[in-house]
Design a protein. Structure first.
Length: 431
């Protein structure tokens, strides 16, 4: 397959090195901890209960879930995994520097917006790119993608502002070079009557250990703090917080139907969109691609990446609340698991997209998470995989079009061109 033909977010180097290797060559030790790829060695576990409240009362109605159980579980996920986030900033401001330029041979109008997070506009801001169908007779629904690259790098449009990205040395540089993420076909969304928007995650918070020094989280440190408290936000929550600031803009734009906005991201950004959609219920839909451990894959399954691997100091401590790492050696005691994250999206549409050879991210763990979460969707009369469902083979779309959907392509830690086509169909049904 020619990588130049693939869309953005195709492979995340740190994960793909593990995910797409043949069985004989998969690493058996990562960050000093063994890695299991054998179903016979996943261990036994009991998932935390979804449909009993903290005081052990059964949850049998959608209202009980919404009013009582969901807030309990949301608090647990916040305090034990992603961390508490601040509210909308009082100094939030928008500068629309491209107010509606024709694009793609008149098929779209293009907008470019700088979103300022603080009163001081020099540092904490993100650039937001939006395309809307020209022929839309009413405000358009929208897919908001969070990207590993600046938008001028992933979309062929000479009218785009050249952004900045963080390089491997932790320096901010001009985004004027090609990336391994390829190009994204925006016209497929426009042809379906759906707008498209994207942001670069590094505009919100850099993705490395010392990124706190430069990102939005540092502006919220309290007096005497040098880092967030044990139950406060990591980088994933910060990226999700930034997506909510994009939604704040959408609500001001009369050409966008802000009640019909979907989120999509891959790998660590699949975890990001899942948490953003959970926390901010203004988003109508989430498409979480290859989100794996810390996302939709069950943590209690000892398969592929585990909390131990994530929590190793050289790796991803900064992405989660510090409390999360305390569960690495006692995962079966953790009060939450991924099925709770999936259920917290109910009844809004959620599609989990995985890859058959993405062993590091545990596609079966994501399927089992969806099965465990589906009873919450059914409280609302919505569809999801039932307890008797078998894991679909690669390319099998039989579970795709559920309100709680699951789809696994043939391949590894990627988002393939054919996946995007399925995402469009899913959005046409549910958005």
């Amino acid at each position: 397959m020619n990588i130049k033909l693939l869309p953005a977010l195709l492979l995340i180097a740190s994960a793909s090195a593990f995910a797409q290797q043949p069985a004989a060559n998969r690493p058996t030790v990562v960050a000093g901890f063994p890695v299991n790829y054998n179903e016979d060695s996943v261990g036994t576990y009991t998932l935390p209960e979804l449909l009993k409240t903290a005081d052990r009362k059964p949850v049998i109605t959608a209202k009980q879930w919404t009013d009582k159980r969901r807030p309990e579980l949301l608090r647990l996920a916040e305090e034990n995994q992603f961390g508490k986030m601040p509210p909308k900033p009082k100094d939030l401001a928008f500068h629309i520097f491209d107010k509606g330029t024709p694009a793609f041979n008149g098929k779209a109008i293009r907008k470019q917006v700088t979103v300022y997070f603080t009163k001081d506009t020099s540092d904490h801001k993100m650039n937001l790119l939006i395309y809307l169908p020209t022929k839309a007779a009413k405000p358009a629904p929208l897919l908001l993608n969070i990207s590993f690259a600046a938008y001028n790098q992933i979309i062929d449009d000479t009218g785009l502002r050249v952004g900045e990205i963080w390089n491997k040395e932790g320096q901010k540089v001009k985004a004027d070079k090609p990336t391994p993420f390829g190009k994204l076909n925006v016209e497929q969304f426009l042809d379906a009557g759906i707008g498209f928007a994207t942001v670069y995650y590094g505009d919100i918070e850099p993705d490395f250990k010392d990124g706190l020094r430069y990102g939005i989280r540092k502006t919220y440190l309290k007096n005497g703090q040098s880092e967030p408290a044990a139950n406060e936000w990591g980088a994933i929550a910060a990226w999700g917080w930034g997506l909510s600031r994009a939604m704040d803009y959408f609500e001001t734009d009369p050409q966008i139907d802000a009640k019909r906005v979907a989120l999509q991201g891959a790998s660590r950004l699949g975890k990001t969109v899942l948490w953003a959609g959970i926390h901010d219920q203004r988003f109508k839909m989430v498409i979480a691609s290859i989100s794996g451990e810390g996302g939709a894959a069950l943590a209690r399954r000892n398969y592929g990446e585990t909390i131990r691997h994530i929590s190793a100091p050289p790796r991803y401590l900064y992405q989660f609340a510090p409390n999360y790492h305390g569960w690495a050696d006692k995962v079966n005691e953790m009060p939450i698991d991924a099925h709770i994250l999936v259920a917290l999206m109910a009844p809004r549409p959620l599609l989990l997209q995985t890859g058959s050879t993405d062993y590091w991210s545990d596609p079966k763990g994501e399927f089992l998470s969806a099965v465990a979460a589906a009873p919450v969707y059914r409280l609302f009369g919505e569809t999801g995989p039932d307890a008797s469902a078998t894991m679909p083979a690669a390319g099998d779309t039989s579970l795709l079009m559920n309100n709680l959907g699951y789809y696994m392509h043939e391949g590894g830690h990627t988002v393939l061109p054919e996946d995007w086509k399925l995402f469009v169909s899913y959005m046409q049904k549910y958005l």
